[in-house]
Design a protein around this ligand. Structure first.
Ligand code: PMP
Length: 465
């Protein structure tokens, strides 16, 4: 198969074809035609292989999504069987069995009265649909002004016009026009970067009061939704202080503001539960968005789950003639839904959630041990999500250019040593496949620790620290 593909591309091979014709996400335009991204050839379990023959541990779990690991026969069979049974149907007019069954399963697994599922093609389209649903909902209820969305700095919600505008990571914003007149930001609940001298308890109060003030400033009658990841994943695995979500939810309830929990990363096992909102962070939101882990990355799929209480307000007589015309050609795609059903079966059968709950404390302890290294400012995480933050200048309140350079160099060292990590600014982020063992965690932390030490020594030798 590979040989045939190479032949079609002539002598240049797939890497050249990619350089000439493929625009990758987050492409630096100056590098167009000269991209040096590694090419992956195949994968198995927690390992991927690149075209240089390197065997690498998949530290970031693809992009937070390869829950049950690669090359699982059960998923491949489900995909093939469904493709041969019914490969597609229009969701605007018809229903298929896998979508109906998956909606039922997700309603069972989701917290509280979140019982109604709308399928999309991935995480961005899930969050975009949740926000468009909020707009629709308030229009149907005759509250045309209640549309503002409150989000957090350093949050990430996707790459559509609306979800990108709701994403507060500074490095995603340059050169884009963001639809922002309905969108307001509050601080990230980042305990590590809290104002100097402020206690954790005072920081929590500050965050809650900041939200309350933002609602008051915008006018509660104008605020439609609070949009938040349970923990800010791409922002650097920022786990909020205990009680944060409950207290914000209380304010949302007081002002009839929809609480949208973006669980694109956290749902389907990453924190040891099907969903993290209730079991880890003790809230039952109005809407939960999901994607990634729902198929363990085998096929694209996302969606949102909406509560009975919310839907109850816009169904029945008062909703006559109100069509929720948001949707996709591939909403509820039968093959993606069949892959998701098989994935949920594997997670249940192999007791993967239990495995995560048993293994996560060890993972966190081992990641935490890296905090003793001289240029590591913080280590943090929950479940099988971890982050190591490089800080070369402890007097700086923000990450510096050298901090980010250090993380990138650590990433390169790890790669050479057989581990993929994900550098995000000055942070090395890990979210390995959920099937990871203690021994493999030791290998990951060993490689990461040695790479950090090596780069630290190099920076010293270069006189940079
Ligand atoms: N929400 C969150 C919390 C995410 O982390 C991501 C992607 N990393 C998205 C939404 C967007 O998902 P997708 O890339 O599947 O569109």
């Amino acid at each position: 198969m590979n040989i045939e593909v190479r032949h079609e591309l002539g002598d240049e091979g797939p890497k050249d074809a990619a350089r000439q014709h493929l625009i990758n996400p987050s492409e630096e335009m100056a590098k167009l035609g000269r991209s040096d991204r590694p090419l992956f050839t195949h994968a198995d379990g927690i390992y991927v292989w690149d075209d240089a023959g390197r065997k690498l541990i998949d530290g970031p779990g693809g992009m937070w999504c390869t829950q049950i690991g690669y090359a699982r026969r059960e998923i491949a069979d489900a995909i093939r069987d469904q493709a041969m049974t019914l490969s597609y149907n229009s969701p605007w007019y018809f229903v298929n069995e896998p979508a109906a069954e998956l909606a039922r399963r997700i309603a069972e697994l989701a917290p509280g009265d979140l019982n109604h599922v709308f399928f999309t093609t991935g995480g961005s389209s899930a969050v975009d649909s949740a926000l468009r649903f909020m707009q629709f909902y308030n229009n149907v209820l005759g509250r045309a002004n209640k549309k503002a969305i409150i989000c957090r700095i350093d949050g990430y919600h996707g790459s559509t016009q609306l979800t990108a505008a709701c994403s507060g990571r500074a490095w995603n914003r340059p050169n884009f026009d963001l639809a922002s007149d309905q969108i307001a930001f509050i601080s990230a609940p980042n305990t590590f970067r809290r104002p100097r001298g402020m206690s954790e308890a005072a920081f929590l109060n500050f965050l809650v009061e900041e939200f309350r003030s933002k609602v008051a400033e915008l006018g509660p009658e104008n605020v439609g939704a609070f949009l938040a990841e349970p923990l800010l994943a791409s922002g650097g695995v920022i786990v909020p202080p205990k009680g944060y979500h409950q207290r914000i939810l209380e304010i949302c309830r007081q002002h009839d503001i929809l609480y949208i929990s973006d669980e694109v990363v956290t749902a389907f096992g990453r924190c040891g539960h099907w969903f993290a909102s209730e079991d880890v962070f003790d809230i039952v939101p109005d809407i939960i968005t999901f994607a990634k882990g729902v198929t363990s990355g085998y096929l694209p799929l996302g969606g949102l789950v909406i509560s009975d209480a919310v839907l109850g307000r816009i169904s029945g007589e008062n909703a006559k003639g109100s069509f929720f015309t948001n949707g996709y050609t591939y909403s509820g795609h039968p093959v993606s839904c069949a892959a998701a059903l098989a994935n949920i079966d594997v997670i249940s059968r192999d007791r993967i959630l239990e495995h995560v709950r048993e293994t996560a404390p060890y993972f966190q302890e081992r990641i935490g041990s890296l905090r003793d290294l001289p240029l590591i400012g913080d280590t943090r995480g929950t479940g099988l999500l971890g982050c190591v933050e490089c800080v070369t200048d402890p007097s700086s309140e923000q990450a510096t250019k050298l901090d980010a350079e250090m993380a990138l160099r650590v990433d390169r060292e790890c790669y050479e040593a057989g581990l993929i990590v994900r550098p995000i600014s000055n942070m090395c982020v890990l979210s390995p496949p959920l099937i990871i063992t203690r021994e493999e965690i030791d290998t990951i932390v060993g490689i990461l620790g040695r790479s950090i030490e090596k780069v630290t020594n190099e920076l010293r030798a270069e006189g940079r620290i």
